[in-house]
Design a protein around this ligand. Structure first.
Ligand code: HEC
Ligand code: HEC
Ligand code: HEC
Length: 170
């Protein structure tokens, strides 16, 4: 029982802490491009998430924006919330929303866990500090009902196959 109380206490403390985390941007995740880590950055760069912001500058985006009464898709919160990470965040100096849907869109803003999460013994601490284990629920806010344009049907298994970037075992 005592343990449970401690756990509850830890969660109550950790949640607001994690909520204060700031985005560091994909450039801050460069260690993950080492071969022994699994080269997640290169995998991500080839994915559509890396060009999600650029997409907002296309003719098709202009058309969608117009239909929704939006003047500029690349500046509109209603588009950026799915096509970028951290746009309009007051801390937007350390990262670029123009880099698209970045690591932290799925793994949580990293300022609180970045310095500690590389050590296996810190795994729990990193999670308490805001590192998210991503899954199907992580995708749904963006790959679901969409007020701005039609959404393709989303098959998590297939979609994950397309963007997966596991860490090597061992
Ligand atoms: C912050 C919003 C956001 C989240 C979260 C997100 N995505 Fe995406 N995803 C996008 C956007 C926007 C595009 C389209 C980018 C483009 O084409 O410019 C996209 C495109 C894709 C594509 C390319 C295929 C297609 O449908 O055009 C795959 C695959 C994909 N996402 C998988 C995932 C998976 C798997 C997850 C969850 C683990 C996920 N996404 C989470 C916003 C998101
Ligand atoms: C709820 C999240 C969400 C919002 C809000 C959103 N998009 Fe998207 N957008 C996506 C996803 C996810 C895709 C990838 C295709 C799919 O899964 O439907 C996408 C794809 C696109 C594409 C590529 C379509 C194609 O077939 O090539 C364009 C262009 C686009 N969005 C423009 C916009 C514009 C402009 C806005 C704002 C008016 C906007 N989006 C708002 C999630 C979103
Ligand atoms: C669209 C969502 C999404 C984006 C963007 C994304 N990831 Fe992931 N990532 C996942 C999912 C889902 C998993 C598998 C479940 C998990 O381990 O969290 C994963 C797994 C990982 C793992 C393996 C964890 C383990 O223990 O095996 C690492 C490392 C990782 N991601 C780093 C990154 C980095 C670095 C970036 C940016 C370059 C990134 N991810 C971008 C969704 C995403």
């Amino acid at each position: 029982m005592k343990k449970l109380l401690y756990l509850l206490f830890a969660v109550v403390i950790a949640l607001p802490l994690a909520a204060q985390n700031k985005y560091v941007g994909v450039k801050g995740c460069a260690c993950h491009n080492m071969p022994k880590q699994g080269k997640q950055v290169d995998v991500w760069k080839k994915s559509d998430h890396a060009k999600a912001f650029e997409t907002l500058k296309s003719d098709k985006a202009a058309e969608i924006a117009k239909k929704n009464g939006i003047a500029s898709a690349a500046e509109a919160k209603q588009c950026l919330e799915c096509h970028s990470t951290g746009a309009g965040d007051p801390a937007e100096k350390t990262f670029a929303a123009a880099d698209g849907v970045q690591c932290e869109a799925c793994h949580g803003a990293a300022s609180g866990y970045k310095a500690i999460h590389n050590k296996p013994e810190n795994k729990e601490k990193a999670v308490a500090a805001g590192l998210l284990k991503a899954d199907e629920k992580t995708c749904k806010p963006c790959h679901g009902a969409n007020k701005m344009h039609d959404a393709k049907p989303f098959d998590y298994k297939k979609a994950w196959e397309q963007i997966k970037h596991p860490a090597p075992k061992g």
